[in-house]
Ligand binder design. Structure first.
Ligand SMILES: [Zn+2]
Length: 451
């Protein structure tokens, strides 16, 4: 694409954005007047690290965003219980439980008591549930929807808890945490001094290290852990094969995009799809299956629930692109996440579920302190300016559509979003005291249904 063509396209984009040209056919159906909006299903979509500027990048990349179809817009403040700038586990816990907790913790108050997640409420109510991510399914955000550990790094424990939760759908990366270490038998004592000739000793072959890219690191995506015979292996030191245990409880386990396509067409049932031993590759490196395909498949399965469903979809790697201060990585991931948003709206419209499905699209925090500045000397006419390689404390966008979605307009905290989601799911008010604690906390001070 030439610079001239791009700058023309850019002008059109910016103008159409500024004018907010309506496209009526694209608007979600709104509930009939006078008819109370009942929430049957909830789709919570989290763009990890996705601030307003990341959306601006995505818009420069793909034009009008699917999230702009949402009827309501708001902002969310993201501070955790102990820090102005949150980490992903504290923030996802706020979104998933309605409680503020400390950075680095998953689903637990500082007094050690667990805080119930929306996914757990949904399971209790008989709904079908699912998580779809592009990181490891044991990473902070998905973990916070269904598990409780004092440190987000305890991913073996998170995998164990997740494997026992009875979610209908688990899609993402990370079989590493579900399978035991590979033990290779080698002939020991081949040296002449040894009397133990011919005895086999078990050793663990060297493993690739975990990859959540550290700040500023640019790595090639690791190869999945598969042995010479084509069998996947992992890194669990307790020797447990969680996928085998899950299979004995009725889970189908899949590993490829082809299997995902097949399972989508078949009868519904519990399925765990782990498509890489670590995180899935970035979208720009040809992630397969795509987030859109995983989201489509999850909705196809969950929408067959007689009682409704709860689904969390995360665009996990917007954050990683921003940690690397890579405009291209962050842009392609934000656009990819928006494609998944488009798939959710398309699917809900097509299956006539829009009127009974609450869709909330937000972020857990902003990453990178990103700004988009003019720069006529650069081919694209703008420059992505980063102010940090970490997270920031600025508010993040909240788009919402479907029944009671107007509650998510305006300014709120992420914990308030969690409370509104849970109260909407249960269709009743809850008392938001911290479990086992009488002391009023900052999060309990305000009414949860106000804006
Ligand atoms: Zn995050």
């Amino acid at each position: 694409m030439t610079a001239r063509f791009f700058s023309f396209g850019l002008t059109v984009l910016l103008v159409s954005w500024a004018l907010k040209i309506p496209s009526v056919g694209d608007q979600p159906e709104s509930p009939q007047p006078g008819k109370p909006a009942k929430i049957r299903n909830i789709v919570l979509m989290i763009g990890d690290g996705m601030g307003i500027a990341h959306l601006t990048l995505a818009r420069l990349h793909k034009g009008r965003l699917a999230m702009e179809e949402a009827e309501n817009f708001g902002l969310s403040a993201t501070s955790s219980l102990n820090a102005f700038v949150t980490d992903s586990s504290a923030s996802a816990t706020a979104l998933g439980t309605g409680y503020l907790i400390q950075n680095g913790v998953v689903g637990q108050h500082p007094n050690g008591k667990t805080v119930k997640t929306i996914l757990e409420y949904a399971e209790e109510k008989g709904l079908w549930t699912g998580v779809v991510v592009t990181c490891r399914v044991t990473h902070a955000t998905p973990a916070s929807m269904a598990t409780h550990v004092s440190s987000r790094g305890s991913e073996d424990d998170i995998a164990l808890q997740l494997s026992q939760k009875d979610l209908e759908v688990i899609f993402g990366g990370g079989w590493d945490k579900f399978l035991p270490r590979r033990i290779e038998s080698v002939r020991a004592g081949s040296g002449e001094a040894s009397g133990a000739r011919g005895i086999f000793t078990a050793v663990e072959p060297e493993r690739q290290s975990d990859r959540t890219p550290s700040r500023g690191q640019l790595l090639e995506h690791p190869r999945p852990l598969i042995d010479a015979a084509g069998s996947p292996y992992g890194g669990r030191k307790d020797g447990k094969n969680l996928l085998k245990e899950m299979a004995s409880r009725g889970y189908r386990s899949i590993r490829t995009a082809g299997e995902l396509a097949t399972i989508t067409l078949g009868p519904p049932g519990k399925v765990i799809g782990l498509f890489h031993s670590e995180a899935m590759p970035p979208a720009r490196e040809g992630r397969s299956p795509s987030l859109v395909a995983m989201t489509h498949s999850a909705l196809s399965i969950l929408s067959q629930s007689p009682q409704g469903f709860f689904l969390m979809v995360e665009g996990s790697q917007i954050d990683w692109g921003a940690h690397q201060n890579s405009a291209d990585y962050a842009m392609t991931e934000a656009a990819d996440f928006d494609d998944a948003v488009g798939e959710v709206f398309r699917f809900l419209k097509e299956s006539r579920l829009l009127q009974e499905t609450l869709v909330v699209i937000t972020a857990d925090h902003e990453t990178g302190g990103l700004s988009i500045n003019p720069h006529p000397q650069l081919a694209f006419g703008f420059e992505a300016k980063w102010t940090t390689k970490g997270h920031t404390g600025i508010p993040v966008p909240v788009f919402s559509a479907g029944p009671a979605s107007d509650r998510f307009a305006g300014f709120q905290s992420h914990a308030e979003i969690g409370r509104k989601l849970i109260e909407g799911l249960l269709d009743r008010k809850l008392v938001w005291d911290y479990p086992g604690s009488k002391a009023a906390s900052p999060a309990t001070a305000s009414s949860s249904t106000g804006k």
